[in-house]
Design a protein around this ligand. Structure first.
Ligand code: AMP
Ligand code: GLY
Length: 424
């Protein structure tokens, strides 16, 4: 099979790494890819949101299956455009992608379909939004820009001053552009987060094991939110009982609602849950694999990923299941100093060759923000590498992963030392 992966981050490297191991694969392309991906796929210099060029490429190269990594092309309608040309895509169409593309839409549908989620109100006017903050009596409150904001559109404010600043940044300063024309003001929930992902053909669900992301930049979950500083799988908090409830109360009603609306969702549904002693709520939905959750999940997959993605894209999972290793995996994100704020680029990365030669086959380094400059590997983004290791248990995986991190060097390199602390 001829496959095109759309995207060029750590998640896409992980997908490419796994798909490259498939006996069904004939040819693997990735657009735009990155230096790590170029070791397992042909990288094509087309941006992930240049739908027209991507479609022409897929037609020209007779691509059998396109797998979309990030949310933006899905929200922009990549799947709709590809389908019109008879191309098969793993990833929902524009209507389905609304689940991630509009927080307002997602919250309204959750309410309508009875999916547990925090109480909320929607505003398109700054003054009215600000007045609404008095309902929280000086306590914490969550402000969310409606549209896509690269994972940075949510502020968990400790009180009204911070909340008002977030409203101002989103609605007046338009920090996230049109994504901030509306906001959701939401009750602040507490508990522990878990990411639950399922591959679906719109009818059946194939659940992936649980995982947990670490959104904050700092150890002890302090500091501003990032795209994700590390992940591990499985997350012990996600018990069998919780899995059953999540399927019944979240995923089934969602699919039913989609069916009623004529949304034929073929791809990944990702539910971010907040789990407390007295129950759980959905914090957000995504319509794609998590990043860095994918880095911790995919290496645990025993079976071939390609038939699963193909069958989902085909709209016919037909009872297909995935097999998972009974082990633990951890991904630690190595980031550039300054991230999620400003950071330097073009800094040489050392130690990867040595790490590869050391031959630990339970370690994989997934590239996110890397580039070649004069034949040298350099940093090109905030999140640079997703160093991943797996072992029979979590302490073993942690030992391997931090051992690997210690061997990789670049000026200003930063990573959290406490990934998976909650599971220990
Ligand atoms: P989202 O983009 O909706 O996932 O939000 C990003 C992060 O903000 C989540 O992973 C949570 O850590 C946090 N968050 C979102 N909604 C809430 C909420 N209602 N209460 C507390 N934290 C939240
Ligand atoms: N790791 C969070 C996300 O992929 O949205």
């Amino acid at each position: 099979m001829r496959v095109l992966i759309v995207g060029g981050g750590g998640r896409e490297h992980t997908l490419a790494w796994k798909l490259a191991q498939s006996s069904r694969l004939e040819k693997l392309y990735c657009a735009p890819g990155n230096p790590g991906i170029s070791k397992v796929a042909d990288c094509v210099d087309i941006a992930a949101d240049d739908i027209k060029k991507l479609k022409n490429f897929a037609l020209q190269e007779k691509i059998d299956l396109s797998v979309v990594g990030p949310e933006a092309p899905l929200v922009l309608g990549l799947t709709d455009a590809f389908k019109e040309s008879g191309l098969r895509v793993f990833g929902p169409d524009k209507k389905g992608a609304m689940l991630e593309g509009s927080k307002v839409w997602a919250k309204e549908k959750m309410k309508e379909w009875g999916i547990p989620s925090a109480g909320f109100a929607v505003f398109d006017n700054f003054d009215r939004a600000r007045s609404h903050l008095s309902h929280f009596y000086g306590g914490p409150v969550v402000i969310k820009a409606d549209g896509l904001a690269a994972g940075k559109g949510v502020t968990v404010a400790s009180g009204p001053a911070e909340a008002e600043q977030a409203l101002y940044d989103i609605m007046i300063e338009r920090k996230f552009g049109d994504a901030g024309s509306r906001v959701v003001i939401e009750n602040c929930l507490s508990g522990e987060e878990v990411s639950v992902l399922a591959v679906t053909d719109g009818k059946e669900l194939v659940f992936l094991p649980s995982s947990q992301d670490h959104k904050a930049i700092g150890e002890g979950d302090r500091g501003p939110n990032t795209g994700g500083m590390g992940a591990y799988s499985p997350a012990p908090i996600y018990t069998d009982d919780l899995a059953k409830k999540t399927e019944e109360q979240v995923f089934r009603p969602l699919l039913k609602g989609f069916n009623q609306m004529g949304i034929d969702f073929r791809g990944v549904i990702y539910a971010g849950l907040m789990v407390a002693k007295d129950g759980f709520n959905v914090l957000e939905f995504n319509v794609r694999f998590g990043d860095p959750e994918a880095q911790a999940l995919i290496p645990r997959m025993k079976s071939d990923l390609l038939p699963l993605l193909e069958a989902a894209a085909e709209g016919n999972l037909g009872g297909l299941q995935a097999e998972w290793k009974n082990d633990a995996a951890v991904c630690v994100v190595m980031a550039s100093r300054g991230y999620p704020g400003n950071y330097d680029k073009g800094i040489p990365i050392e130690g990867l060759d040595r790490l590869e030669q050391s031959g630990d086959r339970q370690v994989a380094v997934f590239h996110a923000g890397t580039a070649f400059k004069d034949d040298r590997l350099v940093t090109s983004g905030g999140r640079v590498l997703g160093v991943t290791a797996w072992d029979s248990d979590l302490p073993g995986a942690l030992k391997r992963v931090y051992n690997a991190c210690d061997q990789i060097k670049f000026e200003g390199c930063y990573y959290r030392r406490d990934i998976a602390h909650r599971a220990l």
